[in-house]
Design a protein around this ligand. Structure first.
Ligand code: F6R
Length: 240
């Protein structure tokens, strides 16, 4: 595991450069992407690099980690909408190359199986971007999720609902379930970039990177992956 510690700006730039290098080496890269506040400025750097002619996403495919269950793609808080606003609509990626689980699927279990098959059929994820929840979740894999889990319907914990309520008008409006890649799905990515910023992530970063590997801290599984790069600002790294 490589751990880079710098300013948030340095992390956002270095992370974006890693992704650009990956796409230059393999133009038809399959990217795994995350939502949340953490990757927004890193995605902003990808947009700048695209506009500067440094990279094209024309052959790239993307698979997002997760989507809320029961809200439409057009809902302002859907992860589909988040990705359009923060990345996809600003770059040259074809719309049919971007994938998120369908939060409105008539049969969510079937949707999860199909999503997993679609990832496999694309040759697997070359590079997965991750953030981390305060309870150690990656994707929406909350503490206790088995390491062998694949894409599935998950119940969100109260802490995740409260954390995500900042994007909604009130906590009541946050969906209680989501479709999320599983821990095994994430671990099958060939490379993983994990980003964490701010003092409020310091404790969980210490537990995830230096503590025991346990389903109680889902991100601790990353200690078992052969190619993980972690990007931390000084505050998030302050307990290491
Ligand atoms: C997002 C996701 C989540 C977030 C995590 C951190 O697609 O799967 O695991 O990465 O909740 O969120 P932020 O970045 O908002 O602190």
């Amino acid at each position: 595991m490589n751990i880079f510690i710098g300013s948030k700006e340095e992390c956002d730039l270095k992370g974006a450069q890693e992704i650009v290098n990956q796409i230059k080496n393999k133009p038809n890269t399959v990217l795994g992407l995350a939502t949340g506040s953490t990757p927004i400025d890193m995605y902003g750097n990808l947009i700048k690099k695209y506009k500067a002619g440094e990279v094209s996403f024309a052959k790239v495919k993307t698979f997002n980690l997760d989507e809320y269950l029961g809200i439409s793609r057009d809902h302002p808080c859907s992860y589909y909408n988040f990705m359009q606003e923060n990345l996809f609509k600003h770059i040259d990626i074809p719309q049919d190359s971007v994938h998120l689980p369908n939060g409105e699927a008539a049969d969510p279990e079937e949707e999860c199986k199909n999503y997993e098959k679609l990832i496999e059929g694309s040759g697997g994820i070359d590079l997965q971007v991750l953030g981390i929840g305060h309870n150690g979740h990656i994707g929406f894999n909350e503490p206790g999720t088995p390491f062998g889990s694949v894409t599935q319907v998950v119940d969100l914990t109260e802490s995740t609902i409260n954390a995500n309520s900042r994007f909604f008008d009130s906590p009541d409006q946050v969906p209680r379930q989501a479709l999320s890649m599983g821990i095994k799905t994430i671990m099958q990515a060939r490379r993983i970039l994990l980003f964490a910023y701010g003092a409020d992530k310091a404790e969980i970063i210490k537990e995830a990177l230096k503590g025991p590997v346990t389903p109680e801290v889902p991100a601790s599984v990353l200690q078992l992956h052969p190619d993980v790069s972690v990007f931390l600002d000084h505050e998030a790294a302050s307990r290491l």
